[in-house]
Design a protein around this ligand. Structure first.
Ligand code: HEC
Ligand code: HEC
Length: 311
């Protein structure tokens, strides 16, 4: 009787795979189904010999596009009206019959904003999110009601989410936020601005920059100061923002981490092209670099002409 019971227990534990103990041997596996068949596994070398390069995860065939992933609408997917120029208008597909973004899209944008943007820019867009107020970011997130953000074209708000801002001062949220939701958030931001300021346009014109000026001028310099966001970090009235004020900058003596300098053409050029080369004392190393695609040499000359007028 006792041996019958132990034989029964033994059989039961064998059949159930006896998961309690350690063993080097594979578990007893009576019916194999397809569990142990020869197959390719993701991230593992293909051992079947089916593919000459031994990769089990196959790359898409060259020159092909997956169904529904052509994404050739630059306005919708990149925020560009034409190569390199951010769109003023919202894409037609997000607008209702009255020309304004659809109400359900705006509502969705508000909900997404509160998840992804409010921690820094504040629930009501006042720039007072807890990430900023609790720790104090080196470069503060602007209020959505600030002059600059109110003037930004829609493609730049979409672009802030898609590409980030100023070399990572704000990171890109493209991986977290799908394209449709980025437009929804941009629409919600406009709606928020319009609630505070009834004159705010759904589609502001932004600051027009002469595309490729061939002659340097003070006007071009002044426009760049606004259009390229220098204005967000540098005042022209002497007040301290993120960086030093441009008031009286030309010829000024400056103490940097590499010693004393006088602000001249070479120093301004270096400050713009390679800001970390010398960092002005008491200021954070928060200035983004601008290469000659971002600010052409003529535009840089124009900034210098503009600086000379700020004394
Ligand atoms: C971790 C903090 C943080 C989060 C989250 C964040 N931002 Fe920002 N954002 C910043 C900072 C900092 C700046 C200022 C960067 C600068 O001026 O160099 C900024 C700037 C901006 C600007 C101004 C861009 C310009 O050209 O002046 C816009 C628009 C903006 N953010 C929108 C958003 C939206 C929309 C979201 C949500 C999807 C978001 N931000 C999430 C920190 C954040
Ligand atoms: C995100 C903030 C930010 C933006 C945007 C920004 N700067 Fe700066 N800039 C700084 C900071 C911070 C410093 C001081 C630290 C340093 O020297 O790098 C600085 C320093 C400078 C200096 C040296 C000033 C001095 O007194 O020695 C110049 C010149 C300058 N910036 C020009 C520009 C121009 C032109 C633009 C726009 C095309 C611009 N900056 C945009 C933050 C910014």
């Amino acid at each position: 009787m006792r041996s019958a019971v132990s034989a029964g227990l033994l059989a039961a534990s064998l059949l159930s795979g006896c998961r309690g103990g350690d063993s080097e041997l594979p578990p007893v596996h009576l019916i194999h189904n397809m569990d142990t068949q020869e197959k390719a596994k993701a991230y593992r070398k293909d051992t079947s010999g089916l593919f000459a390069d031994g990769r089990s995860m196959r790359a898409p065939v060259e020159g092909t596009v997956a169904v529904g992933q052509l994404n050739d609408d630059d306005q919708y997917y990149k925020g560009f009206e034409e190569e390199g120029k951010e769109t003023k208008a919202f894409p037609a597909s997000i607008k209702g019959d009255d020309g304004a973004p659809k109400a359900d899209l705006i509502a969705r944008g508000g909900q997404r904003y509160r998840i992804y943007c409010a921690p820094c820019h504040g629930v009501n867009g006042d720039g007072d999110g807890t990430v900023n107020t609790a720790k104090g970011l080196l470069v503060a997130p602007p209020a959505m009601h600030s002059e600059r953000v109110k003037e930004l074209v829609n493609g730049k708000i979409f672009g802030a989410i898609t590409y980030g801002v100023n070399n990572g001062n704000m990171g890109s949220y493209a991986a977290q936020i799908p394209v449709e939701d980025r437009w929804a958030i941009a629409a919600w931001v406009r709606d928020l601005q319009r609630q505070k300021d009834p004159n705010q346009s759904w589609e502001p014109g932004g600051i027009e920059l002469q595309p490729n000026p061939t002659v340097a001028s003070v006007e071009v310099g002044a426009a760049i100061y606004k259009a390229k966001a220098c204005i967000g970090c540098h005042s022209i009235d002497g007040s301290r923002l993120v960086g030093p004020s441009f008031k009286g900058i030309w010829g000024r003596k400056e103490v940097t981490n590499k010693g004393a300098v006088t602000v001249d053409e070479a120093y301004v050029t270096e400050s713009i092209r390679n800001p970390l080369a010398k960092v002005v004392e008491t200021y954070p190393p928060a200035m983004p670099p601008y290469d000659d695609k971002n600010i052409t040499d003529i535009q840089l000359q124009s900034i210098i002409l503009y600086f000379k007028t700020l004394n």
